[in-house]
Ligand binder design. Structure first.
Ligand SMILES: Nc1ncnc2c1ncn2[C@@H]1O[C@H](COP(=O)(O)OP(=O)(O)OP(=O)(O)O)[C@@H](O)[C@H]1O
Ligand SMILES: [Mg+2]
Length: 306
């Protein structure tokens, strides 16, 4: 069963093609992550899926309903957390909950039961009376998530739920997401963090409005045909020296090292070593390594540009 299905999806804002010819199928119960650089189209895609924006092209089914034709059926089954602060700062935690529950037409009796559960779930019980604007960033994200759970949605669309919070809150949010996933909720979340994407069952890579890949983290890394070398040497001179080397796919800084993506061939590493030697680069170490998620993403993005 599919929870989300998009076909030939396109969205234009004036001249900007924010989403281009995008096909996506997400199975029911999946915890899926969507990763891509700033402006890639992540937020636009979520807004299209929840029906807040109309596509320029293509069609979308969410929870088995056509989003354009059955918007209310979709909204009743989906929770959507926008990227930026979506709470009322001058309402308390409990008042925000009430406000969202009303939006979703949750009856008073059900609201009270659910509030108890969700205050426990989000560990916000002790802060029930605190104004939302006085909560920490992490607590605000937890409250925003909880506010979208009153109508027990089948599908959650979360736009950067863990961005800008401290590592402890990030762990806490992940615990909540995992719990919801275990309850069978389908989750599609965007994230700028590669390590977070790697924790999802399925990962979509989006770049310039195009979905470059959607697969399990294992398959994405295994599908990488090129080889990766890690070079420890002065960054800028090494990158300059290696540009244009035959067989080289990309070369980019990676922390304090340089990652080199090159065509798999017997002498590949040797060719790199020789070039660095000719250019008098002081090499501390150069070795093959298994590809990281970031390497896979960059290789896919590069292939697309070519
Ligand atoms: N309402 C809008 N009007 C005009 N252009 C828009 C609008 N919303 C988004 N865009 C443009 O569409 C493109 C995709 O934006 P989007 O916000 O979806 O990216 P994103 O991947 O969520 O980025 P970020 O990581 O910064 O949140 C960008 O070029 C953006 O400027
Ligand atoms: Mg965004």
């Amino acid at each position: 069963m599919l929870a989300i299905k998009a076909e030939g999806l396109g969205k234009k804002f004036d001249q900007t093609a924010a989403i281009q010819n995008l096909d996506l199928e997400i199975d029911k119960g999946t915890l899926a992550g969507l990763i891509g650089p700033d402006g890639a189209g992540k937020s636009t895609l979520l807004r299209l899926l929840v029906g807040l924006l109309r596509p320029t092209k293509g069609r979308i089914e969410v929870a088995g309903f056509d989003v354009a034709k059955k918007p209310f059926e979709v909204k009743a089954r989906v929770g959507y957390m926008p990227q930026h602060f979506s709470l009322y700062g001058d309402l308390t935690v409990a008042e925000n909950m009430k406000f969202f529950a009303d939006l979703y037409n949750v009856k008073e009796q059900r609201f009270l039961e659910r509030k108890k559960e969700l205050l426990k779930f989000s560990a916000l019980g002790p802060f029930e009376g605190r104004l939302a604007r006085n909560l920490s960033g992490g607590m605000q994200k937890k409250l925003a998530l909880a506010c979208n759970l009153f109508h027990t949605p089948e599908i959650l669309l979360l736009d950067e739920p863990t961005t800008g919070v401290d590592p402890v809150s990030r762990q806490e949010l992940w615990r909540l997401l995992t719990e919801l996933h275990e309850q069978g909720v389908t989750i599609l979340m965007t994230t700028p963090y590669m390590d977070e994407a790697a924790r999802c069952r399925r990962v979509g890579f989006i770049n310039e409005g195009r979905l470059l890949a959607y697969d399990s983290p294992q398959n994405l890394t295994a599908g990488m045909k090129d080889e990766i070398a890690e070079l420890s040497a002065p960054l800028a001179p090494s990158i300059k020296a290696l540009k244009g080397l035959p067989g080289l796919k990309s070369v980019h800084p990676f922390g304090e090292t340089v990652h080199i993506v090159f065509e798999a061939e017997e002498q590949g590493l040797e060719k790199i070593r020789q070039r660095l030697e000719v250019e008098n680069i002081a090499v501390k170490s150069l070795k093959r390594i298994p590809p990281s998620f970031e390497d896979v993403f960059l290789a896919l993005a590069q292939r697309e540009t070519r």
